[in-house]
Design a binder for this molecule. Structure first.
Ligand SMILES: [Zn+2]
Ligand SMILES: [Zn+2]
Length: 301
């Protein structure tokens, strides 16, 4: 199969592109998404959440490239979270440090240990938290992304189209409207200024495209999924969607398009807005305690 734009062999079949035309197609798609949804302006101070996986390395690299080209005074900082899983995260963090120093990007690190006095390993071992440790871990993670992005204009995450389609379908299957409204390429501004706006420049890029892009760019990643991850429901939704996509190509992009046309475009009106803060730590909270402080208090009890 030949590239649709030149005579070289194609590295991707749908659309058919050679290496250099695929890289251009992918980068143009990401930059167009940034512009179309006004995700980042040239003078923005941007914080990029990084796990060290292909998605976060690609989005970090492209946000830097976008801001460098605009020359509008904007800047980018990478933010990584150390959950504290023995023998699991250190190699990834070392690789991240190397990547950021090569790209001349400042890397900031927040850890559960320093911020909450506990580690994910400890959460898994003891039985004070009901259910899977993943819920508590997710709450800690959201808190730290919020703390770490304070003072920035935008928080960028590496969610790709497959992640979004899975989230949309999972929320439909479970009738979680409130959670579904958190999806979308850009979160609305919090009127009380408690959250930095979150944006997803890879929103229209499939997982396969991101994997190919990271591979062609030589972004080495040793990142692996958390050994405790409760992936069964997501994995079954993912497999079902992938099977359907194979039969009817274009299904994934139809699903995100449907979401954007119906729920996504005025999600700000339907979302409940958090406007109060935790009395213990000052972070956004629904009641008098944020989720993270509630968990820390349960652990101490
Ligand atoms: Zn080509
Ligand atoms: Zn708190």
């Amino acid at each position: 199969m030949r590239c649709g734009a030149c005579t070289n062999n194609a590295v991707l079949l749908n659309p058919a592109y050679c290496k250099s035309h695929f890289v251009k197609y992918f980068e143009d798609k990401v930059f167009d998404t940034i512009k179309r949804f006004r995700m980042i302006t040239p003078s923005d101070r941007v914080c990029v959440a990084v796990s060290g996986g292909k998605d976060s390395l690609s989005v970090l690299y492209l946000v830097k490239k976008f801001l460098d080209a605009k020359k509008g005074g904007g800047s980018v900082v990478a933010l990584a979270i150390n959950e504290g899983i023995e023998g699991y995260r250190q190699k990834t963090l070392d690789d991240l440090k190397l990547f950021c120093s090569q790209q001349k990007i400042e890397l900031r690190l927040l850890s559960y240990k320093e911020e909450f006095g506990t580690t994910l390993d400890y959460l898994v071992q003891q039985k004070k938290i009901a259910g899977k440790p993943c819920g508590a871990c997710g709450t800690f993670r959201r808190s730290l992304l919020n703390r770490g992005s304070k003072g920035f204009d935008k928080l960028v995450t590496g969610h790709n189209m497959d992640d979004e389609v899975q989230a949309i379908m999972m929320n439909i299957f479970r009738h979680h409207l409130e959670l579904a409204l958190r999806s979308g390429p850009k979160t609305p501004q919090n009127p009380a200024g408690l959250f930095v706006q979150r944006v997803k420049p890879l929103y229209f890029c499939s997982e396969k495209e991101v994997r190919l892009y990271a591979h062609l760019q030589g972004f080495l990643t040793t990142f692996t999924e958390c050994p405790n991850a409760a992936v069964s429901f997501r994995a079954s939704v993912r497999d079902f969607i992938n099977e359907y996509e194979a039969k009817c190509p274009g299904t994934k992009s139809m699903i995100v398009q449907w979401f954007l046309d119906t729920i996504g475009k005025d999600s700000s009106k339907k979302r409940s807005v958090i406007s109060s803060v935790c009395l213990a730590c000052g972070e956004p909270a629904v009641g008098t305690r944020c989720g993270s402080c509630t968990i820390v208090e349960q652990l101490r009890a």
